[in-house]
Design a protein around this ligand. Structure first.
Ligand code: DX5
Ligand code: ZN
Length: 216
């Protein structure tokens, strides 16, 4: 069964309490929280303050995806806000190993997010140090974009690398996930499905989450 991680980016922020309540009552496993700085990505979303409010509504795993430059300046703030997983972008981190050590020493699970153009081989010398790869299947910055099909090959490559080395790193797919493409994403070897618009713009978000969860 996949881990289902709805992205609150697509939620109604004037009804955040109700949206979080809906996720709590659903089969969703994680809350995926997208932080954007207007520099690493062209959009701005929210920061640690909102993560802290969301954290108070749930006991589910809070999976924070940082799309920001200089994440080392904010890792502690996200820990204090209640992040369980903290992912940083490989493209934003010249001293990635140091970022990962910082996240782990703060007591969080460490993730690395990679853009569509970044090759799986770039993870080779850091894979043993992390808990999660957040593989972008769209260019980060906006919800509601179309899934990039080449991602499927990248999932297969990463799955092989993880299995060959006997590691326990989770593969998370982020961007344009739908009921139609999710089966091939899972078949390729992914563990975690992020879904923003597919869940929150559905007429029946809880039902949609259950359908994603039921994918074999
Ligand atoms: C994109 C974000 C995604 C986004 C996914 O930059 O990282 O998490 O919210 O949204 P959908 O599922 O609508 O593509
Ligand atoms: Zn994300």
């Amino acid at each position: 069964m996949p881990i289902v991680a709805p992205s609150l980016l697509a939620a109604d922020f004037l009804k955040l309490t109700e949206e979080c309540q809906m996720l709590n009552e659903s089969e969703a496993d994680w809350f995926h929280l997208d932080v954007m700085d207007g520099h690493f990505v062209p959009n701005i979303s929210f920061g640690p303050m909102i993560v802290e409010f969301i954290r108070k509504t749930t006991n589910k795993v809070c999976d924070v995806h940082l799309m920001i430059l200089e994440p080392e300046k904010y890792a502690e703030a996200f820990k204090n806000a209640g992040a369980d997983y903290l992912s940083v972008h490989i493209e934003a981190c010249p001293h990635l190993h140091r970022n990962i050590q910082q996240i782990k020493s703060l007591g969080m699970k460490a993730g690395i997010a990679i853009n569509p153009h970044t090759s799986i081989s770039a993870l080779s010398d850091i894979l043993r140090d992390i808990d999660l790869v957040c593989m972008m299947s769209v260019n980060p910055g906006y919800g509601g974009q179309k899934f990039i099909p080449h991602t499927i090959e990248k999932i297969q490559q990463l799955r092989s690398m993880i299995n060959e080395r006997g590691l326990k790193v989770l593969i998370e797919i982020d961007g344009g996930v739908t009921l139609e493409n999710a089966p091939s994403i899972i078949a390729a070897g992914a563990d975690v499905l992020v879904a923003g618009n597919t869940v929150f713009k559905s007429a029946d978000p809880k039902g949609m989450i259950a359908e994603l969860k039921a994918i074999k």
